[in-house]
Design a protein around this ligand. Sequence first.
Ligand code: PMP
Length: 362
Amino acid sequence: ILKNVRGTLERIKPYSPGKPIAEVQREYALTDVIKLASNENPIGASHKAQEAIREALSELHLYPDGGQTLLKQALAKRFSVSEDMIVIGNGSDEVITFICQTFLEPGDEVVVPTPSFSEYDFGTILMGANVVPVPLNSDFSYDLNSFLDAITEKTKIVFLCSPNNPTGTYIRKQEFRQFIENLPPHVLVIVDEAYNEYVEASDYAQGLDFLKEGFNIVVMRTFSKLFGLAALRVGYAIGPADIIGYISRTREPFNVNHLAQVAALAALEDVEHMKESLRVNREGKQQIYEGLAALNLSYIPTETNFILFDTKVDAKQVFQSLLKKGVIVRDGGIFGLPTYIRVSIGTAEQNERFLRELAEVL
Ligand code: PMP
């Protein structure tokens, strides 16, 4: 039987998740552990979303709406697109898999930035296709010309992540226009905008603007970050209706559960929660910038809810020492950046604790 397992799977490393708070508490006999490792919303989910879930508890015996009607309608209205331009997944992780299942066959090529989010590699390899990594510049900005150079006739997809995880850097309007206008027509561009809502830079290339101009691009967004619904798993893609139509064929009928749908719908209407989340993030960003500068550490300016910074030493050691003190961050080694740490922006109190413990372990 094991011989019948698809050879492709040998190329996929088993997923090793970051340590959850409860495990760190047990392992190090700590009570007060904070997690600034997965770019979650530190103020929690919208109370309106929580209330919507409580109301929906009486409907747990019913299948969810397989057409995701209300949520799709709300998203279509929010972005002024038609409903057939949207596909919703069990997290945008699942949407990445849908996209790969839709387009990729063994031997195809997929161009991805590096360092970036690992799911693009996963989806590509799962389908037996090959990852073509394109490094970011040394300051982690994008050089989209090197992405064009990496394209061959085997290329089916280019994944771009803007702002990029784990660097926080983004693609500028002018460079994206130059890129998309020179893109060979057989290549589909996916722009993963998981952190879009946090962007303040005025020259940020909004994928939706280019989509509405008529370019063949698919934009991905999520409810896991600003909307604080990471546990529920809701992400979506917006793109040309014909492309989205095919991507939707790979979707299981009930892929987004009922509680997730009602909560996402309620969260979209909770403008106060969004404003407060953005305020906490903006202030927290400044707080961490200042704290890192005071420690003489350089950081990459970010347009997201996390900050990548250089410890100038072995980040694994720093990561382990912080862990023992009950502060969970991301070790840059997993992104091929062995001296870097990625820290999610938390509440003022969490940021202060992180900076205090960091000063002690360095
Ligand atoms: N894309 C990027 C760039 C991310 O950082 C993440 C979350 N880590 C995701 C997608 C996945 O988000 P979701 O929770 O919607 O699956």
